[in-house]
Ligand binder design. Sequence first.
Ligand code: ATP
Ligand code: MG
Length: 426
Amino acid sequence: MSQYRAIRGMVDVLPDETPLWQMLEQTARDVLAAHGYAEIRTPIVESTELFARSIGEVTDIVEKEMYSFPDRNDESLSLRPEGTASTVRAAVQHNLVQSPQRVWYMGPMFRYERPQKGRQRQFHQLGVETFGVAGPEQDAELLLMCRQWWTRLGINDVLTLELNTIGSPEARASYKAALTEYLRDHFDSLDEDSQRRLDTNPLRILDSKSTSTQSILDGAPSMADYLDEESKSHHERLCQLLDMAGLAYTINPRLVRGLDYYNKTVFEWTTDQLGAQATVCGGGRYDMMVNQFGGKATPASGFAAGLERLVLLMQTLNLDAASNPDLYIVSSNENAFGQAMLEADRIRAEFPGLGVVQHLGGGSFKSQFKRADKSGAAWAMVFGDEEMVSGKVTLKPLRANEEQMTLSREELDTFLSQLEQLTNEY
Ligand code: ATP
Ligand code: MG
């Protein structure tokens, strides 16, 4: 029989990596709670049209990356490629947009892309969406919140904030026309992808990776000359707030983001540590979408961070989140095992901050100690023949340079309570 393997681009996260994931996720939850954001959970499957309409028919995602299929009723459904459309759909459906909202979601997204480092077909995002605040102070809050998260993760120093404004839809339309006209004059020197995009999604050409296209763009009209006054002052105030907070940013006039729905503020957090997959988080303002989905016109702004890339970044920086057990319990025979099991159960109930692993499956003391050592535990707790007679337990240090101790139950509890305090402080 041939072995089954995971679907290409869909990745197993194995036990030695999950501590880092859990740390990343818990830190996010803490930071979000500290800013008054609440979680929203939407289905992983939605109607294909929902994504096509909000993300845009001529974007990479909708043109070639969606996992779409007819269900048994012949309705076209898609695995969600991102979270904003679903969140807006839910917010409108449940009347959440009557008053300002701050929500977040975390979970798997699906895009049929060429798998490579930091690019998968099933990947995970933490997304944040806010509704009801039109001013730049909402954008500033989102960016400051990102910085808090990066700082707690230990990656703030390797991230750069790239910022741009793409103006009102009208400003964007007239810029689009000017850009298209300019690029049409240089059509033959454009790379193939950009030639194709010229008619469908010319703004996307701005972030083409082709060097020949980039050098043509050096002479192209600039978005800044087409901006409406309101977008300009929104952008200036945002920059002012960021300056005040000491949050450094780089204005990148070619940053447009791939999705159709943005207006005014757009941003990306990038790093030079991950090669081609440099963007770990992207977002911006999307003031038209709620109305487009049938809700009353409501300003909105948000971002999504790619968790795989954040994990890769932490691994690159050798940041580790593994936590080892405090105690590994070994026992000499069946009788001692039973006692040890009861004691382990009691310790877990009375000292819930401690990690207690009991050796299962018997074996010699020697082999049990080998496993104790491999577990990374700080202490081995021994239930041997002697301990059974004396009613005491022996604690053997496995890591720290400490003495072996044989303790009465009372002494043991004092010791465990100190150990628990130390663990919590850390
Ligand atoms: P890219 O230009 O890298 O394809 P994107 O603009 O398509 O990114 P967004 O739709 O803005 O990405 O998604 C937000 C974040 O989600 C990205 O910045 C990235 O960190 C992450 N992300 C997007 N697609 C993938 C993927 N296929 N695999 C892993 N992470 C991804
Ligand atoms: Mg993409």
